[in-house]
Write a protein that binds this ligand. Structure first.
Ligand code: PFF
Length: 462
């Protein structure tokens, strides 16, 4: 085993808890609160949840562990890490450098359009605070208002800018003062807000029926696509395949046990998804609304209900605040890999790297912000720019990035050489170590790569 070159004076987490909170902050995002509730409702309730948990165990957790392991061992972001660990790899280092670059660029592109939708949350939070939801007396009125908001280029660009500026501010403060401190503060607050919203939803007449519907076993909507939906969701929600967990892992101390540090991330991400599902469906049922898909759910259906229920203004404020927190902690995790690349590999200082990357991500996000207004007419095969860029990154680049990481650990670096680094300086008990290693090895070498190939194929077929 080659001794790995360690970089002096590199930033790191204050403690393992810092890594766990940052990982949870990255994983818990818009997708947990906005997409999970309706894909569960549409794909068979409890049956979908079981399939989803299976996907997390067989694919999500092993990929998360692999990415963290690459980063922690190399103490570098994706570009440097993939080059330095594969000194005797079959492919030339140039290949791994390009793969690493592709991975950090994917995160950068995600941050450009994620910011556009996250910016809308600021707009809706302001609407909630100023009591605007009270005037939404039907779903149609709310839907029209949403259309008119996103139909305004200045509304979309203004909030996209505001959200990106928030992310730039946090990132410029560094790993400990910025990312770690923000996550340690916002994640507990997010859970409290979520419990408040869920409690209010369940206490409304008809609210409990929403929870029962969420967990009901219904096989009618259950098809082969259900597995692929669960798999794709597990992948995106854990922020895999785009350098975040390699980078966050590179700030983790040598002392820490990687599987033990990754497990709470998967656990809390799933818990938040389930709580969000109960919260959203109970509110929808109480308001007599259907579990609409996509943007309509967050920006039309829920605001209508917030306008109708007693105390709805407070529930609306809490809801959009928690979604905003979730989005901000995910956004910074999408930008950090490329910031880290400029610092590690190009020796930039953090402030310049953050300003440059944040500014560029804002500019790259402009066509996504304009896709709903000024550039609305510009479509290819019926999809606008936003839809194309989110499809290409989320459905193609991210699975490809995850596939590269897992093949790297499983076959290039090799589990035999890689696994001694799993536990850090902690020696696992023999039995636990053997079982865990067998399970991880099987998933990393065979199950996860096959599953990811299936996600890729399904994206190409659709
Ligand atoms: N994990 C985020 C979510 O669940 O919404 C999505 C995400 C954000 C993925 C940021 C990747 C990323 F860099």
């Amino acid at each position: 085993m080659e001794p790995l070159e360690r970089q002096a004076q590199r930033e790191s987490w204050r403690s393992r808890i810092g890594f766990i909170f940052a990982g949870i902050g990255s994983a818990v995002g818009l997708v947990n609160i906005w997409r999970f509730p309706y894909i569960v409702a549409e794909n068979g309730g409890a049956a979908f949840i079981v399939v989803y948990l299976l996907c997390l165990g067989l694919v999500g957790f092993p990929v998360l562990v692999s990415e963290t392991l690459i980063g922690r061992t190399a103490r570098r972001g994706p570009v440097g890490a993939l080059c330095s660990l594969a000194t005797s790899a079959p492919c030339p280092q140039r290949f791994w450098r390009k793969t690493g670059l592709g991975i950090v660029i994917t995160g950068f592109i995600v941050s450009s359009f994620y910011s556009v939708v996250a910016g809308w949350m600021i707009g809706y939070l302001i609407e909630a605070i100023s009591g605007q939801f009270a005037s939404l007396n039907s779903f149609e009125v709310a839907a029209d208002q949403f259309k008119s908001h996103i139909g305004s280029a200045s509304w979309c660009l203004g909030y996209h800018f505001a959200f990106m500026a928030l992310a730039i501010f946090v990132l410029s403060r560094g790993v400990r003062q910025g990312i770690e401190s923000l996550n340690k503060f916002l994640m507990p607050l997010l859970v409290l807000l979520l419990l408040f919203v869920m409690g209010r939803g369940l206490s409304l007449p008809g609210g409990k029926a929403g929870m029962i519907d969420f967990f009901s076993l219904d096989f009618t909507g259950f098809t082969a696509w259900t597995f692929l939906t669960a798999l794709g969701h597990a992948f995106f929600t854990l922020s895999l395949g785009q350098g975040t967990m390699i980078t966050y892992g590179s700030y983790l101390s040598d002392r820490d046990n990687i599987p033990n540090s990754c497990f709470p991330i998967v656990f809390f991400d799933t818990l938040v998804s389930l709580l969000a599902g109960i919260a959203v469906l109970s509110i929808l049922f109480a308001g007599g609304e259907a579990s609409n898909q996509g943007f309509a759910l967050l920006f039309s259906t829920l605001p209508t209900v917030f306008g109708e229920i007693p105390g709805g203004q407070w529930v609306g404020i809490a809801f959009f605040l928690l979604v905003l927190f979730a989005a901000l902690t995910s956004q910074i995790s999408a930008i950090e890999p490329i910031v880290n690349y400029l610092m590690d590999e190009k020796k930039w200082n953090r402030r310049s790297a953050v300003l440059c990357v944040g500014g560029a991500a804002f500019l790259v996000g402009v066509p996504s912000a304009l896709a709903f207004n000024a550039l609305r007419g510009m479509t290819v095969r019926g999809w606008n720019f936003f839809e194309w860029i989110s499809f290409i990154t989320m459905d193609l680049f991210i699975p490809l990035g995850g596939l590269a990481a897992i093949l790297y650990v499983g076959w290039v670096w090799g589990t035999k050489r890689a696994f001694p680094y799993l536990y850090g300086e902690q020696i696992p008990t023999f039995r636990k170590g053997v079982l865990l290693r067998r399970y991880l090895s099987l998933c990393i070498r065979f199950v996860a790569p096959l599953a990811i190939l299936l996600i890729l194929l399904s994206a190409l077929i659709i």
